[in-house]
Design a protein around this ligand. Structure first.
Ligand SMILES: Cc1cc2nc3c(=O)[nH]c(=O)nc-3n(C[C@H](O)[C@H](O)[C@H](O)COP(=O)(O)O)c2cc1C
Length: 311
């Protein structure tokens, strides 16, 4: 089975929710190109989210979704809005959507939680969700402890639920690899950072485009909240302090407001430019449609090549 059979989309590609970043222009472009675009709720109040949902609806008749961070302080109001607006689908992060599940069901909303372990995937299956996104630690942003390949394969093998692979997938070959592991599709974030429709400063996009395979680093492992981002002055300093067992409150002083500095102010020195390990594959700033079409072309070419392989 493919994700395209579970959700009414053309290609099995989800543009992952990215805090403060995945606003309506990108979601519309991805939807029109045949993927599933997800709005972020970061920094939005209930009416701001409603407006974003309405803007998407005014500009495309395709399916789209909202990514909900369950730890966001105004989450109850945001859930209320997605239910009132009968958004087709939500993905959820930072915990279990159990508290809201009946509300989502009553509004006819499909629920796809992001998980980082077999145990969490099983719990979500027991709750009755449509599918899970299994996100490995190659991903940009907040990450779990498992690598993508072992995580995806163990969930597809051990939990009877459709799995969408995420973390370190940046092209058609990555998509085919995910399908080979038993996934029904993929969720990508990093490659969409460089989409023309993504509203981040050029300096952030340039950092992604010029990144190589070693460009990202993970901070916050000690405190139990690891985040992957492109290394810079501030993160190097953070890692040094982390090694010296600096108290959490001191470390936090460095990162307070740092996502805003990267996403809004374009500060590449002290901003947190969340990005995944696959940034080295990002070739340039292009429309989302071009990114998606190239991934699909490459995946089909790769499948043709593999059809000749005999082991
Ligand atoms: C800048 C950035 C911000 C992100 N913010 C969120 C978020 O708010 N909620 C969420 O569930 N995932 C978030 N993610 C994860 C993505 O939705 C997606 O699962 C991930 O990027 C996939 O891995 P990749 O970066 O290797 O493509 C973020 C990722 C990035 C790069």
């Amino acid at each position: 089975m493919l994700l395209t059979e579970l959700i009414d989309i053309k290609y099995p590609i989800i543009q992952g929710g990215m805090q403060h970043i995945t606003r309506s222009p990108l979601v519309i472009a991805v939807a029109e190109a045949g993927g599933l675009g997800l709005l972020t709720t970061g920094a939005l109040d209930a009416e701001g989210l409603r407006k974003e949902i309405q803007t998407v609806r005014e500009n495309t008749d395709k399916v789209f979704g909202v990514n909900l961070n369950l730890l966001q302080p105004n989450i109850d109001e945001l859930v209320e809005v997605v239910c009132q607006e009968k958004v087709p689908l939500v993905t959820t992060g930072a915990g279990s959507p159990k508290k809201y599940y009946d509300q989502f069901l009553a509004a006819g909303i499909k629920v796809i939680p992001v998980v980082a372990s077999v145990k969490h995937a099983q719990k979500m299956k027991d709750l009755g969700v449509l599918a899970v996104v299994a996100e490995g630690q190659a991903a940009g942003g907040h990450i779990g402890a498992s690598s993508t390949m072992p995580l995806v394969r163990q969930i597809t093998e051990q939990v009877d639920i459709p799995v969408i692979a995420a973390g370190g997938i940046g092209d058609g070959r990555g998509l085919v690899a995910a399908l080979a592991l038993g996934a029904v599709g993929v969720q990508m974030g990093t490659v969409f950072l460089a989409a023309q429709e993504t509203p981040i400063p050029d300096s952030f996009k340039e950092a992604v485009v010029s990144a190589n395979d070693q460009a990202t680093t993970v901070t916050g492992r000690k405190g139990g909240h690891p985040v992957r981002a492109i290394n810079n002055e501030m993160l190097t300093q953070y890692l040094d302090l982390e090694m010296q067992n600096t108290p959490e409150e001191e470390l936090e002083k460095l990162t307070v407001g740092s996502l805003y500095r990267a996403v809004v102010e374009g500060d590449t020195k002290t901003g947190t430019m969340m990005s995944g390990e696959i940034a080295g594959l990002v070739k340039g700033v292009r429309p989302a449609k071009e990114i998606i079409e190239e991934i699909i072309q490459e995946a089909n070419d790769c499948l043709s090549q593999l059809s000749n392989v005999k082991l």
